[in-house]
Write a protein that binds this ligand. Sequence first.
Ligand code: SAH
Ligand code: SF4
Length: 388
Amino acid sequence: MASTVDHRVNLYSLDTAGLESLLAGWGEPAFRARQIHDWLYVQRAPDFDAMRNVPKALRERLKAETRMGVLELAAEQQSADGTVKRVFRLDDGQLIESVLMEYDDERRTACISTQAGCAMGCVFCATGQMGFARNLTAGEIFEQAIYFARELAARGERLSNVVFMGMGEPFHNYDASMEAVRRLMRDLELGARHITVSTVGLVPMIRRFADEGLQVKLAISLHAATDEERGALLPVNRRYPLRELIGACHEYVHKTGRRISFEWTLIEGQNDTPEQAHALGKLLRGLNCHVNAIPLNPTPGFGGGPSASKRADAFRQVLEGYGISMTVRVRRGIDINAGCGQLKSEVQKRERKALEDTLPEQAGDQFNGDLGGAVAGVENRVDLDDIE
Ligand code: SAH
Ligand code: SF4
């Protein structure tokens, strides 16, 4: 459980030139690098043994001295609707979550994390309730997608979409998230339009994102249409109030010609009222956008519940009156805690319990909850003033 340092070379961290120099150092011909690169990214081989045209001796050396990624599977759950949720342990013991959603058509969508925990503290979000541990590297973000791509390839399917909607705030880890986006496009050959980045609304980063010249989709977590309501749910609203946020959205649409999606978690009796619907209609009127509503996934740290479908329908009708389209999405993986951060909390609880059980009784009495690096702490909140 406690992490030991793994000195094996992570093949996913090398580009073709890097692979060439590694293999040249082993006395291998240059074409081997291209061959292995093809196995990693095009064939998406599940392991070294699948690399059939690589000589056995070389496969053995690869097994001993390299690895295919740093993600270690810590827990897994499969929902009745086909949604698969994974908790991965990183090299330093941090746990992150990724979800694969399968639809009736060809769509296979990976939902990936950009941070271990999150500093934004949105009150209804299980990840927000844990606080922030650390940023993920671009490689750690990218590898979640290739993990699923590999699994799908083994059954003749292709990863078709990636959404940055797992744990963490992508724009609070901007450079690594953008590097991961570029690797998805370059290495997994995903079209930009098949990638969605979701942000809680860090205004300067929305502006920066507009300048990237990418066709990647942008989603903004809105959840409330007045500063008072939004500030109560999303502390970040106190730093970037609605006027600034919506202003940045207009700039984005103007600059990129792209439509924006707004995420709206429907909380019964709170943000699903006719007043909020009218306020939202007025706020978004004239903006090229679409609203994606999803009934709340209840979390232990928040008392609210999901809106009934009747209320969701009424909300949608009000919005339509303002010329704004809205879809109410089904909650996927509801039976397996697929709301972000929820399964990780379960794993942590289990590990805490297991560790406590192994402590001698007296030490157990003095046990103060500090598990060292075993389940690394995620208590911190970042001061909103520190966020760009
Ligand atoms: N940090 C980014 C991306 C990750 S969260 C963001 O906030 O946009 C992805 C989406 O899930 C966000 O719209 C978020 O508000 C929503 N979400 C978080 N907790 C939820 C819950 N318990 N039920 C329903 N949606 C939730
Ligand atoms: Fe972070 Fe997004 Fe959760 Fe808010 S909703 S705490 S920004 S992950």
